[in-house]
Design a protein. Structure first.
Length: 143
């Protein structure tokens, strides 16, 4: 059986060519690779990973300045809303808050960083505090 690989890492160069101070909205039909592209960006940017070997030999690896500046240099929040649903707006919203809280828990290490000010750091512990008080969500988002 023959398999083909299409190198989509050029998207990284396109998105990172300038400063990331603007919102990028990528709209495409279902099953068009949006989540895969987000996963690729997450692997490229996430400070918790070492992605040199993963991207070795691909189009983006030729962009040494981009790789040095961006590869595995930033905390990355990977959120996919493809499975966010509920029977009511409130249940759906609670499910979304749960997903954001879970992503924040993955980055608790930032609380120990001098690069994160205390106000921003509170963002990572606030979901836990609210959840313990019962204010973040009820786990009945699918009902």
């Amino acid at each position: 059986m023959d398999y083909y690989y299409v190198d989509k890492t050029g998207l990284i160069k396109t998105l990172l060519r300038g400063e990331m101070d603007q919102v990028t909205l990528i709209t495409r039909p279902r099953r068009f690779g949006k989540t895969m592209a987000m996963s690729m960006l997450n692997s490229f940017l996430d400070i918790r990973k070492d992605s040199r070997e993963l991207f070795e030999g691909l189009e983006i690896s030729k962009e040494t300045a981009i790789c040095e500046r961006w590869m595995n240099q930033y905390p990355t929040l990977f959120l996919s809303f493809k499975d966010v649903y509920g029977s009511t707006f409130e249940n759906t919203f609670n499910f979304l808050k749960y997903i954001v809280a879970e992503v924040c828990k993955q980055h608790m290490y930032l609380l120990d960083s001098d690069d994160v000010d205390k106000i921003c750091g509170a963002f990572f512990i606030l979901p836990d505090i609210l959840q313990k008080q019962g204010n973040v969500m009820q786990r009945d988002w699918l009902s």
